[in-house]
Design a protein around this ligand. Structure first.
Ligand SMILES: [Fe+2]
Length: 281
């Protein structure tokens, strides 16, 4: 039965006990929503307009609809898509089937790109239609495909995945292979990063924005780049080697499937990645 978890701060907003601890809500409302008692809870109630927007954002993306409010208010406008930097948006409406992974939209003059996929919802379809549709869906790995097949079919988009993970997306029509990076377009590079899964891929956009799936993320708790050994399904040593190869590709933004997204100057991000690789022994 769904109940208010007892560790929520008193007030209208709370997270119920059906939370699966996927971390998605924490990564869109860091500090406001935190980890406690084996799940997400509100550390305090939202107070400012911006904090209320974060709470609504968590409400709309939570894959188990566990972020709840006793307020009769409705979500403000423009909660999603959430513009994170120029032309890059978080789509929200995370899917239970991907354990709440984040999906992103890259608006491009020569074809919009979606990285991984949300759950199939009218809100996302309408947002994508208003943005001009989709030309490509880039899947980072087998875990986070969610409803990519439905979006691909609706928009007539090409769907990319690595051959080692392709069983998760049998509808994919662009199959990556091996470990050599492959240019998808002038501004998009697919870089295979076996480790978390054998077919994990990161996508580098505009030489500044790296979409990392579950290979690399920002931790707001540690204030640093992290990789997840306890959910490394294929090979931790391979994941380390893959991250070491990523040192050859400067980037400023990390957009993670699970975990936080963050921007730093390229040199600082490179130093963080080097530090992470060192810690991965
Ligand atoms: Fe994963």
């Amino acid at each position: 039965m769904r109940e208010r978890h007892g560790l929520n701060a008193p007030g209208e907003w709370y997270i119920d006990t059906a939370c699966i601890d996927c971390s998605a809500a924490r990564t869109v409302a860091p500090g406001l929503i935190v980890h406690a008692g084996g799940q997400c809870v509100f550390a305090r109630q939202p107070e400012t307009a911006e904090e209320l927007r974060l709470a609504w954002r968590a409400h709309l993306l939570c894959p188990t609809a566990s972020v709840r409010t006793e307020s009769p208010a409705h979500p403000p406008d423009r909660v999603f898509p959430e513009e994170m930097t120029t032309n890059i948006f978080r789509l929200g409406y995370n899917a239970r089937s991907s354990w709440g992974a984040h999906a992103f939209l890259v608006r491009r003059a020569h074809g919009n790109v979606m990285v991984d996929a949300p759950r199939w919802t009218r809100a996302v379809v309408e947002a994508l239609e208003a943005s001009g549709g989709l030309s490509d869906i880039l899947l980072t790995h087998r875990d986070d495909v969610a409803d990519a097949g439905l979006y691909g079919q609706h928009f007539g988009a090409r769907v990319w995945i690595h051959e080692a993970d392709r069983a998760a997306a049998p509808y994919a029509d662009r199959i990556l292979s091996g470990r050599q990076p492959l240019p998808i377009d002038d501004d998009l590079l697919a870089i295979p990063v076996p480790g978390h899964t054998e077919g994990s891929v990161v996508y580098l956009y505009d030489r500044t924005c790296l979409f990392t799936g579950d290979t690399l993320a920002w931790s707001f708790e540690r204030n640093d780049l992290v990789a997840y050994r306890d959910v490394c399904w294929w090979s931790w040593p391979e994941q380390r080697r893959s991250l070491q190869r990523l040192l050859d590709y400067p980037f400023q933004w990390v957009f993670a499937g699970h975990g936080g997204s963050m921007v730093l100057p390229a040199a600082a991000m490179h130093a963080r990645l080097a530090g992470l690789v060192e810690r991965m022994h």
